[in-house]
Design a binder for this molecule. Structure first.
Ligand code: MSP
Length: 474
């Protein structure tokens, strides 16, 4: 395997202090779109996923559950894996940060970074929800309360280790500015460059008496690694680095997908770690917005959540993917409501579901056989996805679907069949081919729907499907 044939996508790894919620789906669905697209373009796609299992908030949650911490995270890690599969998403590598292998590799990473690590002390604020050290400026800006978790910042005074970010700052800034490490969308790039202006060295450990559930700092049992060092390392331990020193078939990642709240870790500490290890920076950091409920970020810590299973159980996974990949902006925040979902579902049923049903019906009535087609993507579609414009790529397919509906309304093959059956048949053959082409493009977004359309319109005899793709009155 060589890097040129591989396409590596890394997804953020969720904390296990609760169950998956709708806010978690964007990482996986977006990763899946690019995985399917590059797979169909002939690349060997690598997708990393995992679970972030250490830290005080998970430890506390385990205590209140009455389970031993390891048992608690074992159960939750399984819930997250089931959740990812339930979205129709596949990964090639899954890293659990409490696994002995990850812990051992993480300590080896720490040792490799040691020329850039120094002992110090931290006096300031911390947000347990974000697992972030908070600067005085942020503290003042947010009046001492985390806007995402609605909790007061904790004051800390402790000794710990620091990573000398200053060793790498100019290189990181240059990589971001030049696009060598592309940050999307553009306004986030500007935000990060601004943040860099006064980014201090970062604390990368916590005293054991504060946080016991984590990875021990090598040669200093009194200190536990800062959970972000542990978590970010997953992108490398997934490939057994540094035990496996040559990870060039997988690294650098072509695409890292993160929510906007964690971009600063991925654009700050993470590149510093990579440069410290002598590794290349990821090519693109794709930052998606928040899914909110009643205008507030969905979050395990605040309990403001909707369970994805409730939506999938009612509407099915394909409608779910349609909502989050077509109706929701990939880069900006979107508020979820059941009413909006219902409107989107009806649109899907009326626009695509009806189209498939009526063309199949007409083909069955006029004995039109299934067609063959050229599995190629249109150039515009390729361009949108290469530029990471998932919404535009989906809009592009959606326009094709809408146009085909309009064309059929205009051409009225059912009327033509009464007087010129051969001409009507020609029209139907054309629609069948168009639908197969639409299905090929839909493979990237709605794989089960694409497969169903392909089955219907490439069968030797086209028959009316016994159940519509998207039944009404659920
Ligand atoms: N454990 C860290 C990530 C470590 S990556 C090395 C973390 N976990 S999380 O569970 O809080 O979030 C996991 C992912 O879900 C992140 O990409 C985060 O941005 C995303 N989301 C969590 N809640 C979200 C919304 N309400 N909306 C959209 N995405 C948000 O951060």
């Amino acid at each position: 395997m060589s890097k040129s044939s591989n396409y590596t996508i890394c997804t953020a790894i969720p904390y296990l202090n609760g169950n998956p919620h709708l806010g978690h789906v964007m990482d996986y669905l977006l990763a899946d779109v690019f995985a399917r697209f590059y797979n169909l373009q002939g690349r060997d796609v690598v997708v990393t996923a995992g679970t972030d299992e250490h830290g005080a908030k998970i430890y506390q949650k385990a205590l209140t559950s009455g389970l031993a911490v390891q048992d608690f995270v074992d159960a939750k890690a399984q819930v997250f894996q089931d959740f990812i599969h339930g979205l129709g998403v596949n990964y090639t590598h899954f890293t659990r940060t409490s696994s002995p292998k990850h812990c051992e590799l993480c300590q080896a990473i720490w040792r490799k970074l040691s020329p850039h690590i120094y002992k110090g002390s931290y006096e300031g604020f911390y947000c347990e929800g974000c697992e972030a050290f908070i600067t005085q400026k942020e503290f003042d800006h947010n009046h001492g309360i985390c806007p995402d978790h609605k909790k007061s910042y904790t004051r800390l005074k402790e000794s710990n280790y620091y990573l000398r970010i200053s060793d790498f700052k100019p290189k990181i800034i240059a990589a971001i500015e030049s696009g060598q490490m592309q940050i999307l969308p553009l306004h986030r790039k500007k935000e990060i460059l601004n943040l860099f202006k006064d980014m201090p060295d970062v604390s990368i450990s916590r005293p054991r008496e504060q946080v016991s559930w984590g990875i021990e700092v090598p040669d200093d049992p009194s200190q536990i690694m800062y959970v972000w060092i542990d978590a970010l390392s997953n992108y490398l331990t997934a490939f057994s680095y540094p035990e496996q020193s040559n990870i060039s078939p997988f690294w650098p990642a072509d695409l890292q997908i993160v929510g906007k709240d964690i971009l600063r870790f991925h654009a700050g500490i993470w590149p510093a770690m990579l440069l410290g290890l002598g590794l290349e920076l990821p090519k693109t950091l794709f930052t998606h917005g928040f899914i909110s409920l009643n205008g507030e970020k969905m979050s395990k810590s605040t309990g403001n959540i909707v369970d994805p299973r409730a939506v999938i159980d009612k509407y099915g996974v394909e409608a779910f993917r349609f909502y989050f990949l077509h109706q929701v902006s990939s880069f900006e925040d979107s508020d979820f409501s059941w009413d909006k979902f219902e409107v989107a579902y009806n649109d899907l049923a009326n626009t695509l579901g009806n189209l498939v049903q009526r063309v199949a019906n007409l083909c069955a009535k006029n004995t039109v056989p299934g067609a063959t087609y050229q599995p190629v993507f249109d150039d515009d579609f390729v361009h949108f996805l290469e530029e990471f414009q998932t919404n535009s790529a989906f809009d592009y397919i959606w326009s094709k679907i809408q146009n085909l509906n309009k064309q059929i309304d205009r051409e009225q093959p059912w009327a033509l069949a009464k007087t010129q059956p051969a001409a009507a048949k020609d029209l139907l053959v054309g629609y069948t081919k168009d639908l197969l082409n639409i299905a090929y493009h839909l493979r990237v977004f709605l794989p089960d729907t694409a497969a169903a359309i392909e089955r219907i319109f490439s069968a030797p005899t086209i028959v009316t499907p016994s159940t519509p793709l998207f039944p009404k009155n659920l």
